[in-house]
Design a protein around this ligand. Structure first.
Ligand code: ATP
Ligand code: MG
Length: 632
């Protein structure tokens, strides 16, 4: 299949696209048209041009028409154990239609933006689907972002309406979302944009409406209006290239980028990647722990699985509440067969010990998945051996907000796995490793990861800034999409992501990826997590500075410092040995759980007044803790 997808991409993807419902078929001569080469004019990518379809119709109605209306589309597990719910495909359609009808009634139509700031209630995917049904463009903002971050995104995409809920509990802590939205709306007004309607879901188990701050005229209770609308709503047929959503990247490397995806190609790509990368079967119960505020929640909580008619579990809570066994309790409760999560979660559960896992049967698990960062081989092994009882293949899926769907991933069972490698490209994807000059390097090598040719799920622009799109992704290496990641290929052709190229450390001429050193540190039994950055070094050019979080209860000691350094020495070589270990009670992470090395670089260099934007950090307090510990 891979060979065919490269030799005849138009034929390959057309056959797959044929299985979806298209109101009008695409122009057969324009399955794919693209220019990735800035020297030949503006960069553009299109797939299935002229085709008319609707992703909501395909994800919901098509399953009902195939006789699966009574199948569960979504299970919901709340923050508190015992709090749950579910929706069949028919019920899901009714909810989606009611909201779509409401949106239409207040003048939201094709091409209008809608900002969604909701926690993981079923109302979140429902809201995404309702927008898609009427051709509106959703922009989901992770409901952990601050008022300023939310305001920034609102001002950027100018929504007709903002959707939120009054409050939510995350673990034991109630969070007053509506207050954050209120502050964001004041802030965006100051910046010249005012939002007309704030549709607010009353999350009754957490907060009653009488306790919620309210601005009459602007604020509307979801439960007061939406439920009055009919449960049927006609579909707006959109062009394959009409925008489906805007989503800002996690901001690991700087100011978030407003990534725009379109309808047709994204639909075909997310559905197909989901099906093959997880070896999906109709009897599966699928759980992805990502929030819909990230691309993973777009492509692999909402669209990809529903397009396959899957039963999806949506989890509102956090993985360590009430205790570190929560995930496995949920796996047993719903008989989850496919479990997809992030290395940061795997590492944190590994630190909490095996007993929390082995207490539960996990018999239903069949396939595991990982996304977000390179997974350290030791975390991979723990995930495989302890969580998966050495019987579940792990799909280590490498991809990006920009790529819409998986770019490299194992196909479970299809070839031998190597812990920590994302293995091989998905159908239609042609990864190349290039050197500084943009020359492709063959065979065993290491360099900059680029993609040759487009694929259906590729993003089409950065919203309102096509220049930045070209400059960031297509100018660095002419003719290629540049991923920003470093990668090496081993003698068997397996791919190993080495981290972001901006983070590569050059020690006495050796180029060292952050992932490699971190994995060596994490393989030390007393190290829970590690992040390395480069610092200026008189002799070596750059030295390695490692931030290390220890397993709970392990005290800092000189002996341990030495043993960590020697671990790197023996696993990689003396040239990669950290010059400095900085004990870290916690690491600065984005709200999607990724380590933000640019902040660590500043701390290591003692440039404390140049920390830059730390608003996308999950816990900005970590930064102060690290600074306070600088002399350990
Ligand atoms: P920003 O672009 O704003 O800095 P970000 O790159 O973290 O943020 P995302 O699109 O959410 O935003 O993340 C994509 C990046 O995550 C990839 O470029 C890669 O660095 C990393 N990544 C994702 N999955 C994997 C994986 N399986 N293995 C290695 N790295 C991964
Ligand atoms: Mg990125």
């Amino acid at each position: 299949m891979y060979e065919r997808s490269i030799k005849d991409p138009a034929g390959f993807w057309s056959e797959i696209a044929d299985a979806f419902y298209w109101k009008e078929k695409w122009n057969p001569s324009e399955v794919c048209s693209e220019n990735l080469d800035v020297s030949k004019g503006p960069v553009h990518i299109s797939w299935f041009k002229g085709g008319k379809t609707n992703i909501c119709y395909n994800a919901v109605d098509r399953n009902i028409e195939a006789g699966n209306g009574d199948k569960i589309a979504m299970y919901w597990e709340g923050n508190e154990p015992g709090q749950d719910g579910k929706l069949t495909y028919s019920e899901l359609r009714e909810k989606v239609c009611q909201l779509a009808n409401y949106l239409k009634s207040v003048g939201v139509g094709k091409g209008d933006a809608v900002v969604i700031y909701l926690p993981m209630l079923l109302e979140l995917p429902i809201a995404m689907l309702a927008c898609a049904r009427i051709g509106a463009v959703h922009s989901v903002v992770f409901a952990g972002f601050s008022a300023d971050s939310l305001a920034q995104r609102i001002v950027d995409c100018k929504p007709k309406l903002v959707l939120t809920c009054n409050a939510v509990k995350r673990g034991p802590k109630p969070i007053l979302l509506k207050d954050i939205v209120d502050a964001a709306l004041v802030e965006s007004e100051k910046n010249g944009f005012s939002v007309g309607i704030c549709l607010t879901y009353e999350n009754q188990s957490v907060m009653k409406r009488q306790d919620t701050k309210w601005q009459a005229g602007r604020d509307v209770w979801w439960q007061d209006v939406v439920t009055n609308f009919p449960t049927k709503c006609d579909v707006e047929w959109v062009d394959a290239e009409d925008p489906l959503f805007l989503l800002y990247t996690s901001g690991s490397t700087g100011k978030p980028k407003g990534v725009m995806h379109t309808s047709g190609g994204y639909m075909v790509y997310t559905a197909t990647t989901f099906k093959y990368a997880f070896d999906y079967k109709p009897t599966d119960i699928y759980w992805c722990t990502a929030d819909c505020g990230w691309i993973t929640g777009h492509s692999y909580v909402t669209y990809g699985p529903l397009l396959n008619g899957a039963a999806v579990l949506v989890f509102e809570g956090t993985p360590n509440y009430p205790d570190a066994g929560r995930c496995w309790d949920i796996v047993d409760k719903y008989k989850v067969s496919i479990f997809y999560t992030a290395p940061t979660l795997v590492r944190s559960l590994m630190r909490d010990g095996n007993e929390y896992v082995t207490r539960y049967s996990r018999k239903s698990l069949r396939v595991l998945g990982s996304v977000g960062e390179p997974i350290n081989p030791s975390a991979w092994r723990w995930f495989y051996n302890v969580v998966g009882d050495s019987k579940c293949p792990i799909s280590d899926t490498w991809w990006q907000t920009e790529t819409g769907g998986f770019m490299m991933t194992p196909l479970p069972g299809a070839w031998p796995q190597k812990p920590g490698s994302a293995t091989f490209p998905f159908f239609g994807v042609q990864p190349v490793i290039v050197d500084e000059k943009g020359q492709e390097i063959e065979g065993e090598c290491s360099g900059y990861l680029c993609i040759k040719k487009s694929w259906p799920g590729a993003f089409r622009t950065l919203y309102g800034d096509h220049d930045r799109y070209e400059t960031t992704y297509f100018k660095p290496f002419a003719g290629y999409y540049f991923t920003g990641d470093g990668c090496s290929r081993d003698k068997d052709g397996y791919h190993w992501l080495t981290g972001r190229v901006d983070d590569v450390i050059n020690v006495s001429g050796h180029r060292i990826g952050t992932a490699e050193v971190e994995s060596a540190l994490v393989s030390h039994p007393q190290c829970a997590e590690a992040a390395v950055v480069g610092v200026e070094h008189e002799v070596k050019g750059q030295g390695i500075y490692a931030f290390v979080t220890l397993v709970d209860g392990v005290p800092y000691s000189e002996e341990l410092r030495k043993s960590l350094i020697s671990k790197v020495r023996t696993q990689i070589g003396a040239f990669a040995a950290p010059d400095r270990i900085h004990w870290a009670p916690g690491l600065p992470k984005t709200r999607s759980g990724k380590i933000m090395r640019r902040i660590l670089r500043k701390i290591a260099a003692k440039q404390l007044d140049e920390l830059g934007d730390i608003s996308t950090l999950a816990d900005p307090g970590v930064v102060d803790q690290l600074i306070a510990l600088k002399d350990c």
